[in-house]
Structures are given as structure tokens and as C-alpha cells.
Design a protein around this ligand. Structure first.
Ligand SMILES: [Zn+2]
Ligand SMILES: [Zn+2]
Length: 280
């Protein structure tokens, strides 16, 4: 599986997942022209994507969906709640998914998990049968169900939106600060740190972690990276996604993760755990 982060942050979000001849764009926060141009810079000429999957109804995620559904005739997948709240374009291209039920597009299966935000929102684990990559942005807090959902992924794209002090001292009015900080808002660097630490203690943290949806006003990439590096070991790849990519992550070259804890057999030796400590 290959992942291409095209854009990340409040000015637009779009990430392409590629495997087995299938290409699916998660969120349409950049339009087809920009997406195609960014992909061409990294040698990806297959166009258009097979589908667009929308996580929630905010314009930095859904704004360009009509552009894909229209002239390009790309199916646009969304939950019923998102479809009610956003303009998704040509109804003939509309596809629905339920926020707790897996759905498959070509070679990729999407496992959604609802997360708290001020719009109906999901985190997604994308699987091609060999690799699992997760994308979780735009959430006010990490639920236990989400931490379980993200355990054992090969790649984790996780929000690290703001530094709490920069937000408190920054230019945003109090009501907006409250919104960002609240359960319907966005994850701070410290909240992300707590999630990464939890996954690390369970030996279920992905070997590649990309920090996503960084605020350009209330965060700095070096700050977010410093906080996360505290728990992401030196053998893991850690990066901060820029507002505009492309950033390519090739998951095919990674050491294999053990299956997520909930899928492990209840008793007996677990030889796959040895794979967590590759000799290198
Ligand atoms: Zn957003
Ligand atoms: Zn949002």
C-alpha cells in the first residue's frame, strides 16, 4: 500500500490510498486540478481516483467533492449525516457508508470508527489485506474505542492540531479557542502524545506516524514533532504533514506489525510478537 498526503490542515485535506490497482482519495479538500498536479510531481499519473471517501461535512474536507463527482464522475462515499450537511455534487455518484460498518472499494476495505467532533466524523482504518493504515483527524478527544481501532496499524496518520500554550496566547477569540479545545474540536500535541504513549505501551504503535492537520497559527511542526518524538522510538519514522504535499509513504517496505491485540488468540504463545523487535 502506498499513501500520498496531498494536503493537510484547515486550508484543505486530501490523502490518496493506493493498492492493488485501486486508488481512493480520503477527503476532497483540494480540487481535481490541484490533486492531479501534485500527484504528477511524484510520478503518479493514474487518474482519476476510483472513489472519494468523505470523513465529515467541514469544507476543508468536502469542499471539492462536487468537482470530483461532476465532470470526472467519481463516486463520492459519505455517511448519511455528512450527506445531509454538505454539498457532495451529482446525486448519481452518491454512495453511502455506515459509521461503524466496514465497506470495500476495489482492493481497499475501510473500517470507520466514529470520533467526537462538531460534525459527525469518523476515523478510518484502510486495509488491503496485507497492510493497515489509519487516518484520524478532526477529533476533540481520543475515545477508548478509537485507541483500540488504531492499535497495530502499519501507518498512523494522526491529528496533532495545536500547542495548548500557543492557542491560549494566540490571536483566536475566546469562543474559538474553547471550540478548538473542547470535545468537539481538535487534538492538541499533548492529547496526541497520550494516544501515542498508550499505543506504544501496548506495543501497538505504527512504525510510521504522520502528524496531521497542524494549525498554522497555533502550532509549529518542530514543536509537534518534539512532543511526539518523546514516545515514537528512533526506529520509527515520524513526520509532520505540511499544509500542501505531496508526501509519499510506501507501506510495502515496512516491517510487518503483529495483528492488533483484540485479534490475538486468547491464550498460548504469540510468536508474531517477535516481529515487533526486528533485528536491524
Ligand atoms: Zn479539518
Ligand atoms: Zn472538522
Amino acid at each position: 500500500m502506498k499513501i500520498v498526503i496531498l494536503a493537510s490542515g484547515s486550508s484543505g485535506n486530501a490523502t490518496l490510498f493506493i493498492s492493488g490497482g485501486t486508488q481512493v482519495l480520503v477527503d476532497a479538500g483540494v480540487g481535481p486540478v490541484v490533486a492531479r498536479r501534485l500527484l504528477a510531481t511524484v510520478g503518479i499519473e493514474t487518474w482519476p481516483p476510483d472513489a472519494v471517501v468523505i470523513t465529515h461535512a467541514h469544507s476543508d474536507h468536502v469542499g471539492s467533492a462536487p468537482g470530483f463527482a461532476g465532470r470526472l464522475r467519481v463516486p463520492v462515499w459519505a455517511t448519511e449525516a455528512t450527506a445531509r450537511a454538505a454539498r457532495l455534487g451529482d446525486p448519481a455518484r452518491a454512495r453511502r457508508y455506515a459509521s461503524r460498518e466496514p465497506f470495500t472499494i476495489g482492493a481497499l476495505t475501510f473500517h470507520p470508527c466514529p470520533v467526537p467532533h462538531d460534525a459527525a466524523q469518523v476515523a478510518l482504518v484502510v486495509s488491503d489485506g496485507t497492510r493497515r493504515a489509519a487516518i484520524a483527524t478532526d477529533l476533540g478527544e481520543v475515545t477508548g474505542a478509537l485507541a483500540d481501532h488504531l492499535a497495530g496499524c502499519d501507518v498512523l496518520l494522526i491529528e496533532s492540531n495545536h500547542d495548548e500554550e500557543m492557542l491560549a496566547r494566540g490571536p483566536y477569540p475566546p469562543y474559538l479557542q474553547r471550540r478548538i479545545r473542547g470535545t468537539g474540536g481538535h487534538l492538541s500535541n499533548l492529547q496526541t502524545h497520550a494516544l501515542l504513549r498508550d499505543l506504544s505501551r501496548r506495543r501497538a504503535l505504527a512504525p510510521v506516524v504522520a502528524l496531521m492537520h497542524l494549525s498554522e497559527t497555533n502550532n509549529r511542526p518542530d514543536l509537534a514533532l518534539e512532543v511526539a518524538r518523546d514516545v515514537v522510538g528512533p526506529r520509527s519514522r515520524l513526520l509532520a504533514a505540511p499544509p500542501r504535499g505531496p508526501v509519499v509513504i510506501d507501506a510495502t517496505e515496512l516491517p510487518r506489525m503483529a495483528p492488533p491485540p483484540r485479534l490475538r488468540p486468547p491464550a498460548g504463545p504469540a510468536p508474531e510478537q517477535l516481529l515487533l523487535f526486528p533485528r536491524s
